[in-house]
Design a protein around this ligand. Structure first.
Ligand SMILES: CC(C)(COP(=O)(O)OP(=O)(O)OC[C@H]1O[C@@H](n2cnc3c(N)ncnc32)[C@H](O)[C@@H]1OP(=O)(O)O)[C@@H](O)C(=O)NCCC(=O)NCCS
Length: 323
């Protein structure tokens, strides 16, 4: 057998999409699942930082994965990181080391390309990735309780966010993660990509299936607080959020406005990968449990690069940043 790693384009891409769609279609039609991938690659960030590769044996597509070229701040230093997503082996080829072979080759290429760490989210028991020297990073999913303002929504203008808000969001994002030991280095293009991707995934789903909102509070023509949230099955996932004021009161008020607008009797369950230090007065973290998908990381070039144990409170990682 002669295995090769090739870019997943053309017929190889169609095979990969056919194979992965039943698992990761997430409410989309097969056609829109393909369109959603193409649309992500057409964004300025996606064009330069995202692709998919496949391990092939002649005409057979054995395994595939997504590659993200990310920047991560670890203990104050910016590191280039290979993000690995959607590792998949076609059913007929499982259990023969194909996924492992693809990952080993991707890690080798990453070293050649100057990346210093590799990172992924494991949807399976982490032992498979631990055998490739990945270690888990603690990450919590919080359930939020919002103090619903009795007597109506706060008197505050909340509008849809757009392009002009991004520079302020970059600043909010940077100051929020400044004290963290591990956080993505979120450029304007990356944030635009993250928000666009959520909108694509909601927009391509059947009407009413999933809805993404991007809301902003502005003062003096500048966004001073924002929130991106996706609603599905009566559950809100706060994808990312920020407030110029460290106390976060305007961010809490956005949530109160959203709840005041919420028509149903039953309040939504509100989830978030909430940064430990962000505690708007209007909300309480009712529960926090480890995320279902386990964030894992390993150094690439230098096995002794220090990766001291991290606590969940030292990590700022939004659900938007999940790949
Ligand atoms: C996980 C997956 C990519 C492994 O592909 P593969 O080519 O069979 O992997 P390899 O042959 O290199 O390694 C097999 C090992 O994968 C691990 N593995 C496979 N499926 C697993 C699962 N559901 N849970 C935990 N570990 C699993 C096992 O450690 C297995 O070793 P074993 O055969 O000794 O039990 C494949 O099963 C798959 O595509 N699953 C569906 C998609 C998925 O869950 N991807 C992972 C996303 S993080």
């Amino acid at each position: 057998m002669s295995f090769h790693v090739v870019p997943a384009t053309g017929a190889v891409l169609q095979q990969v999409l056919d194979d992965t769609f039943p698992l990761w279609g997430d409410g989309l039609s097969r056609e829109n699942y393909g369109k959603s991938w193409t649309a992500q690659l057409k964004t300025p960030w996606g064009r330069q930082h995202l692709d998919r590769v496949a391990l092939v044996d002649g005409p057979h597509v054995l395994s595939s994965a997504k590659r993200y070229d990310l920047s991560l701040r670890i203990d104050g230093r910016i590191r280039r990181v290979l993000g690995i997503g959607a590792v998949f082996t076609a059913t007929a080829h499982r259990g023969r080391g194909c996924a492992r072979e693809l990952l080993v080759r991707m890690l080798d290429t990453a070293v050649t390309e100057g990346q210093e760490f590799a990172m992924l989210f494991s949807e399976i028991a982490p032992a498979f990735y631990e055998r490739l020297d990945f270690v888990p990073v603690p990450l919590l999913e919080s359930t939020l309780d919002i103090d619903q303002k009795r007597g109506g929504a706060p008197a505050m203008l909340v509008r849809s966010g757009d392009e002009r808000d991004l520079p302020s969001i970059v600043e909010m994002s940077a100051s929020r993660s400044a004290g963290a030991r591990l956080a993505l280095d979120r450029s304007e293009e990356l944030i635009r990509f993250m928000i666009t991707r959520k909108r694509i995934q909601s927009g391509f789903a059947p009407s009413g299936y999933r809805n993404t909102e991007f809301l902003v509070v502005e003062e003096g023509h500048q966004a001073v607080a924002y929130l991106v949230s996706t609603e599905q099955d009566g559950r809100w996932m706060i994808e990312e959020a920020g407030d110029r004021d460290p106390a976060g009161a305007r961010l809490g008020a956005i949530l109160q406005v959203m709840l005041a607008r919420h028509p149903g009797e039953r309040l939504p369950e509100i989830k978030c990968w909430w940064p430990h230090a962000l505690v708007p007065p209007q909300l309480k973290v009712a529960a926090a449990t480890p995320t279902q998908e386990v964030l894992m990381i390993r150094p690439l070039r230098d096995r002794i690069l220090p990766l001291p144990p991290l606590a969940a409170a030292e990590v700022v990682y939004w659900h938007s940043d999940y790949f």
